[in-house]
Ligand binder design. Structure first.
Ligand code: DGL
Length: 270
């Protein structure tokens, strides 16, 4: 029996669904195997060593499904583990930081870019390095926003209290000059409308999801690995924590039709 090779997408929790959604939109024939390490999220406050270990465990788990590529749809894990994982596995592995940086450089008109992310991502300096590698004279302002991921993981991204948390979290970076703000955590697009409201219409928000999906498409095309299957792919979702919460957030984010494409929801222990 022919088994369609999947694109494996991983995150500390539900954040990578923002990337998965864009992959589903741009590449509707591709099967996705998604892994959210919800029991151990957030990764942001953890050490790079711990995040690298967790990422390696997830990748080892996903390799049993023989994916055609691996997408580390988590900025914190990209900063801590992308090079390590890429050197270890034989399929293409990409992260979300370079795609996000590329999208910001192509969008900025003033050369002043803001970045918000987890403590781990901001501390790593990976965005500043990626942005300056592309455009050495770009001015970068960064800020960690540790309160935002828990809001999303608890399904509170549309709650009234989320506005106050977002406003307080962005207080510092809002005082600086920029025309683009990179959402340097894949959880943040869940809060896109609120972040836009707080930052005002003069700041363009950049999510790495579109650019990451484009990069996946280019890599698979170059390798002759794009799916040409006629049938709607059956995606698989795994999480390590509360499967009901995960499914409810995923359904809200991805839309009701995701339930009808015979999705498998499963709790997995690593
Ligand atoms: N979604 C992740 C990121 O892009 C991780 C958030 C977390 O677990 O702290 O960084």
């Amino acid at each position: 029996m022919f088994v369609q090779q999947a694109i494996a997408i991983l995150d500390s929790g539900v954040g990578g669904l923002t990337v998965a959604k864009e992959v589903m939109r741009q590449l509707p024939r591709e099967k996705i195997i998604y892994f959210g390490d919800t029991a151990r999220a957030p990764y942001g406050p953890r050490t790079p060593e711990e995040v690298r270990l967790f990422t390696e465990q997830i990748v080892d788990y996903l390799l049993q499904y023989n994916p055609k590529m691996i997408v580390i749809a988590c900025n914190t894990a990209t900063a801590a583990a992308l090079d390590y994982i890429s050197a270890k596995v034989s399929v293409p592995v990409i992260g979300v930081i370079h795609p996000g940086a590329r999208a910001a450089i192509s969008a900025t008109k003033t050369g002043h870019v803001g970045v918000i992310g987890t403590v781990g991502t901001i501390k790593s300096g990976a965005y500043t390095a990626a942005l300056k590698q592309l455009s050495p004279f770009v001015e970068v302002e960064s800020q960690a926003c540790p309160e935002l991921v828990p809001l999303v993981e608890h399904g509170l991204f549309r709650s009234p209290e989320s506005f106050d948390v977002v406003r307080d979290s962005l207080d510092g970076i809002k005082q600086t000059t920029m025309d683009c703000l990179i959402l340097g955590c894949t959880h943040y697009p869940f809060l896109m409308d609120t972040i836009q409201q707080v930052m005002g219409p003069g700041v363009k928000l950049i999510s790495s999801a579109d650019e990451t999906a484009r990069e996946i498409s280019t890599i698979l095309y170059d390798k002759g690995k794009l799916s040409n299957g006629e049938e709607t792919p059956v995606h698989q979702f795994f999480c390590t924590g509360d499967a009901e919460m995960f499914q409810s957030i995923a359904t809200e984010w991805l839309g009701e039709q995701i339930k009808r494409t015979a999705v498998v929801w499963q709790i997995t222990k690593l």
